[in-house]
Design a protein around this ligand. Structure first.
Ligand code: PLP
Length: 380
């Protein structure tokens, strides 16, 4: 028997009670029952995102909300800065270009994070920049961006601060209002303990002002229309009733744990993963490591592409390798969402077994012991 364990940075495992909730019969959405549910879900999202801004729920994967941010906020002729330090930063640039906008790329070394000074230099040089696109957790490299520091810069300019928090929010601290984030984009299948299919976007008053001056270029992803419907806790088109119902349960779990405790759990899991990697004699890839995913450089001399394959085929553990130029070079240990200490210990144990089998110089148990030590010290 091979018991399957999903330990990837999206999709992530879904709590049994959330799955059970989604097995219930579908009901109609133009009802008071749905409005009550959607009101509670919207309030729950605002709590997790730490915002009083409007929070719109879209029926799409995370990229749909990224596109919604771009097509609603950037009009013809608008220029934008996109921080490109991995695959998801690249995506911001590609969406802006698809929308016909000029992109000023801030290219940073993969695994590193942009500094507020780099952003400020670009905004000073060109005060016409309409938006700055950044990524809270660049899932492809495991790097985290200091959104708070960048927010303190962008708030002084006309530009909007747009954050891809798809994999980071719910794992890393995110204080949308306090950090002056104008548009925050989140997906359901990462740290929010849900299957794929829903995406969220919060919109600040500064962003609404820009959106109202921008001709809408999307029929479906029309944020002013979604805002109007939200006044009655409704949506312009048929919502994913089943997913919204599951989301209520997962958000209730986050609320019951308390968002600060959720952030702390992720920080300790990340600390344990990093300690394990070091104890195994390996190195992390990210210079600015995120508490949502740990990227591990694979030892030289082994077939890197075989690592995720063997983890899945021999141990039932799905971990992701690297993407694009990191393919075969890294493995990514996710610690986001419905995960606890034993998920980390499992991932490390499986990695030890596979790396040793592939010929790497690994002492079995070295990583696991280091991880346990961190959990023990943190009383977890
Ligand atoms: C997963 C992810 C996305 C893409 O989301 P989809 O749901 O696949 O569209 C975008 N950005 C980041 C940082 C992600 O981790």
């Amino acid at each position: 028997m091979l018991k399957k364990r999903l330990l990837t940075p999206g999709p992530t495992e879904v709590p049994p009670d959330t799955l059970a909730e989604m097995a219930k019969p579908v009901f109609h959405h133009r009802t008071k029952e749905y409005q009550d549910l959607f009101r509670q879900v919207t309030e729950g999202l605002q709590y997790v995102f730490q915002t009083k801004n409007d929070c719109l729920t879209l029926c799409a994967s995370g990229t749909g909300a990224m596109e919604a941010a771009v097509v609603n906020a950037l009009g013809p002729g608008d220029k934008a800065v996109a921080v490109i330090g991995g695959k998801f930063g690249e995506r911001w640039g590609e969406i802006c270009k698809t929308n016909g906008n000029e992109v000023i790329a801030l290219d940073i070394e993969w695994g590193h994070a942009p500094t507020p000074a780099q952003i400020e230099a670009l905004l000073r040089k060109d005060p016409k920049i309409a938006a700055v696109f950044i990524t809270l957790c660049e899932t492809s490299t495991g790097a985290a961006t200091d959104v708070q520091a960048i927010g303190n810069v962008v708030k002084n300019y006309d530009a909007l601060l747009v954050v891809d928090g798809i994999s980071g929010v719910g794992a890393l601290p995110m204080k949308t209002d306090e950090w002056h984030v104008d548009l925050l984009v989140v997906g359901s299948q990462k740290a929010l303990m849900m299957p794929p299919g829903l995406a969220f976007i919060t919109v600040s008053p500064k962003a609404w002002a820009k959106i109202s001056r921008t001709p809408s270029r999307s029929y479906y992803f029309n944020l002013p229309k979604a805002k109007k419907s939200l006044e009655d806790f409704d949506t312009p088109y048929t919502p994913a009733v089943t997913l919204v119902r599951g989301l209520k349960n997962s958000l209730d779990m986050i609320r019951a744990e308390g968002i600060e405790n959720v952030w702390r759990r992720h920080a300790v899991m990340a600390q344990a993963a990093r300690a394990a990697v070091k104890a195994m004699g390996l190195e992390g890839f990210a210079a600015a490591p995120s508490d949502a995913v740990t990227t591990v450089k694979l030892p030289a001399g082994i077939d890197g592409n075989a690592v995720p394959k063997k983890l899945a085929s021999e141990h039932g553990v799905t971990l992701m390798g690297g993407q694009e130029k990191l393919k075969g070079k890294i493995v990514r240990i996710a610690h986001m969402g419905y995960m606890d200490k034993f998920d980390i210990i499992t991932a490390i144990a499986a990695l030890e077994l596979v790396l040793k089998k592939l010929g790497a110089n690994i002492t079995l148990g070295s990583g696991v012991a280091a991880a346990e030590e961190v959990f023990y010290k943190n009383n977890m």
